[in-house]
Design a protein around this ligand. Sequence first.
Ligand SMILES: *Cc1c(COP(=O)(O)O)cnc(C)c1O
Length: 399
Amino acid sequence: MTMKSMIEQAEQDLLHTYNRYQIVLDHGEDVYLYDVEGKKYLDFMSGIGVFALGYSNESYQNALKEQIGKILHTSNYFYNEPAIKAAHRIKEISGMDRVFFANSGAEAVEGALKAAIKYAYLKDSASDHQVIALEHSFHGRTYGALSVTGNSHYREAFGAMPCEARFAKMNDMDSILNALTDKTCAIIMEVVQGEGGIVPAREEFLRAVRDLCNERDILLIFDEVQCGMGRTGYMYAWQKFGIKPDIMTSAKALGCGIPVGAFMMTQKVADHSLTSGDHGTTYGGNPLACAAVNAVLDQYETLQITSHVRETAPYLEKKLDELVAKYDYCIERRGRGFMQGVVCKGPVKDIIAKAMDKGLILINAGADIIRILPPLVITEKEIDEMASILDAAFSAVCA
Ligand SMILES: *Cc1c(COP(=O)(O)O)cnc(C)c1O
């Protein structure tokens, strides 16, 4: 089958919920991807922030192979050793006290919301609690996660949402106070918004939200599905400021390609929220997924991923800043670590398509922003390669 015929076949069979790039990927090597016709691409998207370790990490691959040879699944009626280890390590890296394993980011958000709503329920037995979420946020596509996702277009056709959300503006405390009611039980936000356009929360804002939550016994939920796992140069983005949430989520790079998510909470929340029978999953925390988490965390230590990101990010920022200065079409660069956005004056679709032609995979965040989300192992050499292809793409499209 040619690539074209494969794509035609897919378009016959798959539900049309994505506008896919017209490429069938075949395999990866290092930080490069190859399509079925052998074309090579430098990957600056990492499967939407998933493939932090690149595609040739042998220790990671071997750990998975070893686990496949032992056991893949046990159900949560039993304990399994990879999950026991992974939970303990997630506690260490997150500073949280209790871990629940899910299978995706959206599922982690579901659990986080349920925990927060149950916490409020145990105080007043009411069933009409509200959550404050942010405009332009993205928390996933399941109903609960959708309830708090700030893009009304995603919610419009789907009726009443299970979780009553009021939306406020990022980095705007007045807007949070406007959304606040007696029914507010939680505030959920990404520390750096991903899909919504790479918008970092400012330290003062996070601090003010934390203080408000403390005063009112409102739970603060950080969704670290995209900005977590070292992407900003800290294991979790909030750690840069030490402003700790009550509940948080993790997924995407947590499994580096094996579907796994988790939500974590402090002991205080754990003691007064979900208990036996309140939440569950068949696959969540299965041995293969948790072997992946353990292998990922081993590699983060061995390769010192967070310090690598902190050391290398200024170079990435500099190269992107040069492009922003060079092209009128660009407005600004913003972001943290290896999570950067180049904000443009109009659509970036053609620029991304041109880059793709030239062998560079990028992704947008909203129509007008190029999102830079490389594997966390990239070096200055690959940043140079990215910058020169992106430069060529800009000059071809914007000249
Ligand atoms: C991707 C993402 C999700 C959803 O994760 P899935 O694994 O796609 O369900 C939730 N929150 C944030 C911040 C994300 O970036």
